[in-house]
Design a binder for this molecule. Structure first.
Ligand code: GLA
Length: 735
């Protein structure tokens, strides 16, 4: 008894009772390994290490560890939570993020688990979890010490439970009420913005109350619009919709807060979002040739290159200097054919329309090196996860062809989820029924002048649990070649079960070297993208091991902490990037994302999205759009079609930006560009407006006299500007 009392007293500092929510972020213990006894409430975990829920276990002494681990904590759950709640039926346990899969025990009873699409703890994906526990579940001890034990299985990369919010609260009347803010903003004349939002619920309770909104200027705090509607009534199957418009006087983002107040219960639920603003100037009518100024192909391998050009259609394309074996389609601008002799072939592109003519010098580099500039494309993962199918890929290809290819975008990459469960009788990899005709799909992508990418793992299974390439490297490379694949993302995943427990560098390189050899036997160029989350400082050896790019991190998600945490942490890898081999801090999280069949607007604010694209361009990262290409809104299109920004990514020098200034509330990154120019990103990492400057006297600006704002495509008099919270000023400088 006395012991229990002491225990309870010891636990008090870990309780933070705030507005009916109990934070359970502190007090956790961690043990690597697996033992069913670790779920028992009476188990003595005093010998376990203290866990930090701000970071994965890799950063707590378990570098490169994949597999099982357990977390435990104690918490007193006061019955006042239940008493004060309107609905008293169940309690929610929210774990900010679990990497990758979990089983959660309350006082020894399993109360929830998450595995992959097969429900197996070894196959699944990281993400937030919310588990409901009935108030009368005997495992739940009101007003007493409860032991929460979480069994984790980490499939690869970062592992553990970590993130912002870990809390317990009652599932109240507002649980299951959602603001649907997924409609796009509409842009009217004279800076008018409009939007429809909806209040939705799956509850049968009839909600009736007021919905109000307030739009504020984050720079001045001024209220731009304040509005309330009295009849916000909704219930299951019958949402409440509200259309509103307002005038934004300047090109910047505003904050909106929505608050619904339910009259009967007096409870409220709020939601915030920001408003978009377009920086990329409209495309001109006169022809303009965009994108990289060089492209590499191996001798004897097929050339497929679409000249990216904008302007009033129809456009007519001509190429001077084409070596024998190549031809250009005059109306589509697609160069095809084969060149056998190595060499740098200088070409001149000419594009003409009714409004004029544009020319551009270009180097076709026939030789050993491919992927001379970072790949620009789309990958299915961040949008569709394992629900990707033929139709979604065709949509992506069609939309890329119509809206993005003219700015240099060219890869259509299928991530995990295309593979069958078993190979055919000859050991050949086959597709599942979502992809009835891979060769036909690839032919379609190629017919648009675009290239096709695919995904596999060196292990027996991919991270999503599909068939991997283990012991079939040659077979698969040949199949990819036959299908016409141009890009392979090769994901470590279950190779962890094949490699020794603590793989050394040779063990880490091995599966990639094996596939490298196999790809070299394929009939075409296949860009090779390593995905092993940065293990063994892959940036130091990825190029030598034959990679064209390599992931430097675990998986990204659509939050500021994930995107900025990854993006601003790349300096260590920067010196290793160069033409043909780039660091890959993971794919883009702009537009509509979802990692599965249900899509939502990225949770990044609009300024954070400008930061994301600016930073990834400076980092010379592959730019792989991860959104639903069938619904690219005007803002997202503006992000992806700014030719001066894309030019920073596609610069022929292939250098990656270095972190030049790192302060608590801002950072400056500098990328060397060809012709002695530089690109400079001034990033506001704080949540307040601030002016960020790089003085003319600074060493980085010595000799540079011309400054240009890349997003606005306007000249500047200084490398200085007011930068929005989590926003950026992206500047190119020349002499
Ligand atoms: C891993 C990778 C992701 C994606 C999935 C597919 O998590 O890091 O980018 O490819 O696997 O299952």
């Amino acid at each position: 008894m006395k012991k229990n009392l002491i225990l309870l007293l010891l636990l008090v500092p870990f309780l933070n009772v705030n507005a009916q929510r109990i934070s359970i972020k502190k007090g956790w213990k961690l043990m690597i390994g697996d033992n069913p006894e670790w779920s028992a409430p009476g188990f003595n975990d005093s010998g376990w290490q203290t866990a930090d829920l701000n970071r994965p276990w890799e950063q707590q002494g378990h570098q490169n560890y994949d597999g099982f681990g357990w977390y435990r904590t104690h918490v007193v759950i006061p019955s006042s939570l239940k008493e004060k709640a309107f609905l008293k039926d169940s309690l929610l346990l929210n774990l900010a993020s679990v990497d990758d899969n979990d089983e959660v025990f309350l006082n020894g009873t399993l109360i929830g688990k998450y595995g992959g699409h097969r429900g197996n703890i070894k196959e699944g994906h990281y993400g937030p979890r919310s588990y409901k526990i009935a108030s009368n579940n005997p495992a739940l001890l009101w007003d007493k010490d409860n032991v929460i034990a979480v069994r984790i299985y980490d499939t690869g990369g970062d592992g553990g439970i970590y993130g912002e919010k870990f809390e317990i609260h009652m599932a109240d009347i507002m649980e299951g009420v959602e603001y649907n803010t997924s409609a796009d903003f509409s842009y009217g004349d004279k800076n008018m913005l409009g939007k429809t939002i909806k209040l939705e619920t799956k509850n049968v309770y009839k909600y009736a109350g007021t919905l109000s909104l307030k739009v504020t200027d984050p720079e001045t705090g001024a209220v731009i619009l304040s509005k309330t509607t009295d009849n916000a009534n909704f219930t299951k199957g019958s949402p409440f919709s509200w259309w509103f418009t307002f005038n934004t006087s300047q090109k910047k983002s505003y904050n909106i807060i929505y608050t619904f107040h339910d009259k009967k219960t007096g409870t409220e639920i709020s939601e915030t979002e920001t408003t978009p603003y377009i920086l990329t100037p409209a495309v001109g009518l006169a022809p303009r040739i965009n994108g990289a100024s060089t492209f590499g192909v191996r001798p004897g391998h097929e050339v497929l290159f679409l000249i990216p050009a904008t302007g009033l259609t129809p456009l007519t394309y001509k190429v001077a200097g084409l070596p024998a074996g190549l031809k250009v389609d005059k109306s589509k601008g697609i160069i095809t054919g084969v060149v056998n002799k190595a060499g740098n072939y200088p070409l001149t592109f000419t594009v003409t329309n009714r409004k004029g003519t544009a020319t551009k010098k270009f180097v076709l580099a026939i030789g050993d090196k491919i992927g001379l500039t970072p790949a620009l494309g789309w990958n299915s993962w961040n949008a569709w996860g394992l629900s990707v199918n033929d139709e979604k890929v065709r949509t992506a290809a069609r939309e890329m062809s119509e809206r993005l290819a003219s700015h240099g975008w060219s890869y259509i990459n299928i991530d995990d989820g295309w593979e069958a469960d078993s190979r055919d009788a000859n050991g050949k990899i086959v597709t599942n029924n979502k992809f009835p005709d891979m060769k036909g799909l690839t032919d379609y992508v190629h017919s648009l002048g675009l290239r096709m990418g695919i995904y596999s793992s060196p292990g027996p299974r991919t991270c999503g649990g599909y068939l991997g390439s283990y012991q079939h490297d040659d077979d698969d490379a040949i199949t990819y070649g036959d299908w016409g694949i141009d890009y392979l993302k090769y994901d470590w995943c279950s190779y962890g079960e094949i490699a020794p427990n603590h793989p050394d560098l040779d063990d880490m390189k091995k599966p990639y070297l094996v596939m490298r050899k196999s790809l070299d036997k394929a009939s075409r160029d296949i860009l090779f993208s390593y995905c092993q989350y940065g293990m063994g400082d892959v940036w130091k050896w990825g190029a030598e091991a034959g990679g064209n790019s390599w992931r430097t991190t675990g998986d990204i998600t659509d939050t500021w902490s994930s995107m900025s945490g990854i993006g601003f942490n790349q300096d260590k890898a920067a010196p290793y990037a160069g033409p043909g081999h780039f660091n890959d801090p993971d794919m883009l999280v702009v537009g509509k994302v979802g990692w599965g069949p249900t899509i939502h607007n990225t949770r990044l604010t609009f300024d954070e999205q400008y930061t994301h694209i600016s930073l990834w361009s400076l980092l010379a990262s592959p730019l792989l759009i991860g959104c639903d290409m069938g619904h690219v809104d005007r803002f997202t299109l503006n992000l992806l079609t700014n030719d001066e920004v894309i030019a920073i990514s596609q610069d022929a020098l292939g250098k990656e930006a270095r972190q030049y200034v790192k302060k608590d509330d801002y950072q400056i990154w500098v990328k060397q560009l060809s012709n002695g120019r530089k690109a400079i990103g001034l990033f506001n990492t704080s949540d307040k407006y601030q002016t960020i400057s790089l003085p003319k006297s600074d060493a980085a600006l010595k000799g540079f006299t011309k400054y240009r704002d890349a997003w606005r495509q306007q000249n500047l008099t200084a490398v200085s500007g007011k930068v929005a919270p989590h926003g950026v000023l992206l500047v190119t400088v020349s002499k």
